[in-house]
Design a protein around this ligand. Structure first.
Ligand code: GP0
Length: 829
């Protein structure tokens, strides 16, 4: 420091008075200050929402402190960093998660109590940050939590949508979509950095120029938009480390060339500029179906370009040239959505930083890795060349150049095998010439990960078979995981305390393998008793919520059987509903004494359908129609209920999961890449009724099939079964149930016709008919087990005890070691 600087720094330290304090009185002062100076209310009169805002701002102050320390430390240490690029992050609520990770939950609760507020009530004031669709997006959120907790120098990058995933409203049993303008209520969890912004270009032409004696391509854009950074601190648990999720918002670019205003149409010129903001305005609600829309492509490039510019700027702050880039930077692509980052890095290095093509290519091949999340080839992104050439002309050239070398390499290796060349080429010829984003990623990334073992096998033997033959070493898998902080500590405090009590430590919150220590106590009647009590309290809480939301009264003595996930044909919510109709029929046909042996069930289904996915919407309607019939049938009484929980999201999941006895993961084998809901439920001691698919296969290895209810065709049988078509055997009960729907027993015969058609004969692509009998058997097994409450409770304890492998800490640890090659960098305070 110079003399003047030094005096300034000393003065700052003098004024700082140390870090913010976390005792209840200090917290109270901070909260009241924020009520008055941030929220702008009088400290003598503020309501729950205002208290929530003030509390959040107080927590945010503490996050910022740690965030600064962590970033300072990273800067000084200059470790290799990971940048996690994802178009979607499903963060849900932040308050509870933050205070728990900061270790100040009790102090906050005390502070609030004395002010006349209750922490839990304030936490309910927060809306969800729903900047994602489903599993893929929540996985990104869990991995951010693990990265911070494990002290990895990692940042997330994404888009700050103004409208999150639509809110699902049910009217007369039909799904309606309502916009989620979530920022209306303010967002205390983000820090706006108006000075951190980058220009992102679109359209225009590519010109050849001489620059500093280099021959280079210069992209002259037709439109420029500004990307502004919004930082969302991600606190680790049990560490001071606080990392960052940087989300970009689109703003009109400030450099107005006078020409565009010369037309005299001042108002329209400004309005046109203002349209830039639409780029980050809305999240596409389609789960794994590629739409080919220009706005979506703009979103992808916008967020990727800003992120790459930011990463390169940060690297250049402390390095003179790019030699060390691969030792300092790893970029992870969450699916192919961010894969334009590849040509973007090439473009900036070659066109702007004047690195020669070969060196740039060498760098690119070392820094990128990507994760695949699907098995359905139809889910893979393809960008029409026409679209790309108009929107990103320079990137198209770069992709062509990469493809040219790649095809040459293929010819050398395999000769002129044209079928193979056309399958593997990044460019797909045909009616609509397009760029295959998966192939681009496969060519340019050094590692390609599946999300479970079976998924990886399917990628290697089917979806990306050709690429596996070429580069077997690139193919790996990291079975997904979920954060025990979010899914036990935050959402199930009762179980959390019980686990810590019986393990004699809460160290499992950072070191999940310890959780298997519960196995040593599984026979202990006292633990069983307490376990049952905790679960019962959670069930009561869930029952109250259901009654408040949809007016159906349910008993906590019944078995709570849940299926919560996006609605998809392959996930087979329909199989569940058919099973319920069958159960209803059976009960109706029983005499009084037989009915006494029926295990009372509450079937709970929740999930959103993509707005344009007709069949999925019909499934929701059918669920309501069946529920209506059953729930209002006095003859059935408490033996069976079917409820649809509207607007399933992260915070609803936090309520449902701890209160579930049985959960269904019943995709047609070979279709669910991994599944992560199964892991969350498993952790919470919920038993699984499942097909042998995705990560369930690995769960079986951990807890044993005797502690689960498995059924259905295996993945390797599916193709043969499908080929049989009409000739497949279908049980009588199945046809009878479908008949009932066809005959209008649940109303709307015409509306449900296409659903029924999708179930019969060769229409039954997802093999519901084939799996129905074994599904019913598995359900009967579950009933039998539930009658023996001691046995059930033991199984439940073993589920939690066996869930350690499914922590995202394990997943992230594997990525860090094998793919990203990053080390922890713990901020020492
Ligand atoms: C997969 F392709 N997933 C996609 C997609 O577009 N969105 C999405 O959420 C899911 C998979 O279906 C999964 O099996 C997987 O576990 C998850 O991504 C995370 O890898 C559902 O849980």
């Amino acid at each position: 420091f110079g003399e003047g600087e030094k005096a300034k720094v000393e003065r700052m330290f003098g004024l700082m008075d140390g870090f913010l304090k976390n005792d209840p009185v200090s917290l109270q002062k901070d909260i009241l200050d924020h009520v008055e100076y941030t929220v702008g209310r009088s400290r003598f009169s503020f309501d729950d929402f205002e208290a929530y805002q003030a509390l959040s701002h107080s927590v945010r102050d503490r996050l910022i402190e740690r965030w600064h320390d962590t970033q300072q430390y990273f800067k000084r240490k200059d470790p290799k960093r990971l940048y996690y690029l994802s178009l979607e992050f499903l963060m849900g609520r932040s308050l509870s998660n933050s205070v728990i990770n900061l270790g100040i939950k009790d102090q906050c609760a005390d502070a609030l109590n004395q002010l006349g507020f209750e922490f839990e009530v304030l936490a309910e004031q927060e809306g969800d940050a729903a900047l994602g669709n489903g599993g893929l997006a929540r996985l990104a959120a869990c991995q951010m939590d693990s990265l911070a907790t494990m002290d990895f120098p990692a940042w997330g990058y994404g888009l700050r949508y103004q409208y999150g995933l639509f809110r699902q409203v049910i009217l007369d049993g039909f799904q309606h979509e309502q916009p989620d303008y979530w920022l209306n209520f303010g967002n205390p969890w983000e820090i706006e950095h108006l000075r951190i912004s980058y220009a992102v270009k679109f359209y225009g032409t590519v010109e050849e120029k001489q620059l500093d004696g280099h021959h280079c391509k210069v992209w002259v854009p037709g439109e420029t938009v500004e990307a502004v950074a919004y930082d969302n601190p991600i606190p680790g648990y049990g560490t001071r480390n606080t990392t960052n999720l940087r989300l970009w918002a689109a703003k009109p670019n400030g450099h107005y060339d006078l020409e565009s205003f010369d037309t005299g149409d001042y108002i329209n010129a400004v309005i046109n500029r203002q349209r830039a903001e639409t780029i980050s305005s809305i999240l596409y609600p389609d789960d794994r179906s590629y739409q080919g829309k220009e706005l979506r492509l703009k979103q992808q490039y916008f967020f990727v370009s800003a992120s790459v510019q930011d990463i390169i700027r940060r690297f250049k702050d402390s390095h003179r040239n790019f030699d060390q880039f691969p030792e300092k930077v790893a970029l992870q692509l969450n699916d192919t959505h961010p894969s334009l980052a590849i040509p973007e890095v090439m473009r900036i290095l070659v066109d702007e930083e004047l690195v020669n093509w070969h060196n740039a290519w060498d760098i690119v091949r070392k820094i990128f890795s990507f994760t695949v999340h699907t098995v359905v080839p139809g889910g893979l992104e393809k960008i029409p060349v026409d679209l790309l050439s108009s929107l990103l002309p320079r990137h198209l050239q770069i992709i062509y150049d990469i493809n040219f070398s790649f095809v040459e390499e293929l010819k050398k290796r395999f000769g002129l095998d044209y079928d193979r060349l056309s399958r593997m080429s990044i460019v797909e010829e045909g009616a609509v010439k397009s760029i295959r984003m998966a192939n681009l990623s496969l060519v340019c990334c050094h590692a390609i990960d599946g999300v479970s073992r079976i998924h990886s096998d399917i990628l290697k033997t089917r979806v990306f078979k050709d690429f596996f033959e070429l580069w077997p070493q690139k193919f790996q898998y990291k079975t997904n995981g979920v954060s025990q902080r979010r899914w036990i500590v935050v959402s199930n405090p009762g179980l959390c305390a019980l686990i810590s009590k019986w393990l004699g430590t809460d160290a499992w919150i950072r070191d999940i393998d310890l959780i298997m220590g519960l196995r040593d106590h599984v026979e202990d009647a006292e633990l069983q008793q307490q376990w049952k009590m905790v679960r019962r309290v959670n069930k009561i809480r869930l029952a109250e919520y259901i009654e408040a939301m949809i007016g159906v009264k349910i008993s906590p003595d019944a078995m709570f059987d849940v299926q919560i996930k996006r609605i998809h044909e392959y996930k087979r919510q329909l199989l569940n509903i058919l099973g319920i109709i069958h159960r209803y029929d059976c009960i109706k046909n029983m005499n009084k004494s037989d009915r006494r042996n029926v295990v009372p069930r509450v079937c709970i289904i929740g999930g959103k359908a993509a707005p344009g996915y007709e069949i999925a919407k019909k499934i929701i309607k059918l669920c309501h129609a069946v529920g209506e019939t059953i729930n209002n049938d006095p003859d059935i009484g408490g033996l069976l209920k079917l409820v649809f929980i509207p607007d399933y999201n992260v915070s609803v999941a936090e309520l449902v999961i701890p209160g579930s006895d049985l959960s269904q993961h019943i995709s047609t084998a070979g279709h669910e890449a991994s599944g992560t809901g199964n892991m969350k439920l498993l952790m919470n001691g919920c038993l699984l009724l499942a097909t042998v698919d995705g990560s369930t296969i690995e769960i079986i290895e951990e807890i044993g099939k005797e502690n689960m209810f498995l059924f259905g065709a295996k993945a390797h049988e599916v193709a043969t079964l499908r080929a049989k078509g009409q000739a497949r055997k279908v049980p009588l009960q199945f046809s009878r149930v479908v008949r009932k729907i066809r005959d209008g027993y649940f109303g709307s015969e015409v509306y449900f016709k296409s659903l029924c058609d999708s179930l019969e004969g060769s229409g039954d692509f997802y093999l519901l008919g084939n799996d129905f009998a074994s599904y019913l058997e598995a359900q009967a097994e579950a009933d039998k087990a539930f009658v023996d409450q001691e046995r059930w409770t033991k199984m439940s304890i073993l589920c939690t005890a066996g869930s350690g492998r499914f922590s995202s800490d394990r997943t992230v640890g594997e990525y860090a070691e094998k793919t990203w090659r990053i080390e922890p960098c713990r901020c020492p305070f």
